[in-house]
Design a protein around this ligand. Structure first.
Ligand code: THU
Length: 160
């Protein structure tokens, strides 16, 4: 038996104001999208904004449904729209912001496992890393250089 240690490296910015200009503005798009979320059941609103290689910014928010599992997270709403609208155009960065209507969200809120898997599919397909930035409604912003940091032991098409 051998043991394997898995390490991830993340960067933490003290606030949105410390982000590089392009990412600051991408996060502003995520926040604007977040405020358009359709989240009557959880009252938890999420916005995601993608910066594509062609300069386009694609934003999405979570869309809930009375039949709960039929709803979709903000990240996948945005990434599937980007894939459908600009097939073949790489995604450079993703900014995510989450805010609850019930309690303050002052710590960085990472994307759920299903969204990580979905984002990873695009990272592998395009062959270049996708930088991911996530935060709550305010406070620190966490940066991951690649999805690999957030989803080690990823299941990919190579196993099929
Ligand atoms: N949600 C997202 O939009 N992204 C995530 O990564 C986690 C959760 C949404 C789904 C649901 O509408 C609400 O947040 C509560 O789970």
């Amino acid at each position: 038996m051998k043991k394997i240690k898995i390490e991830s490296f993340l960067e933490v910015y003290p606030s949105i104001k410390e982000l590089p200009e392009t990412i600051f503005s991408l996060m502003q798009s995520a926040i604007a999208a977040r405020d358009k979320a359709y989240a009557p059941y959880s009252d938890f609103t999420v916005g995601a904004a993608l910066l594509l290689d062609n300069g386009e910014v694609i934003a999405g928010s979570n869309q809930e449904n009375a039949s709960y599992p039929s709803g979709l997270c903000a990240e996948r709403t945005a990434i599937y729209y980007a894939g459908a609208t600009f097939p073949g155009v790489s995604i450079r960065s993703i900014a995510i912001s989450a805010k609850s209507r019930i309690k303050p969200t002052l710590t960085p809120i990472p994307p759920c496992g299903a969204c990580r898997q979905a984002i990873a599919e695009y990272e592998i397909k395009q062959g270049t890393p996708i930088a991911l930035y996530f935060m709550g409604e305010e406070g620190e912003v966490v940066k991951s250089d690649s999805l690999e940091n957030l989803l080690p032991l990823l299941f990919t098409s190579k196993y099929l």
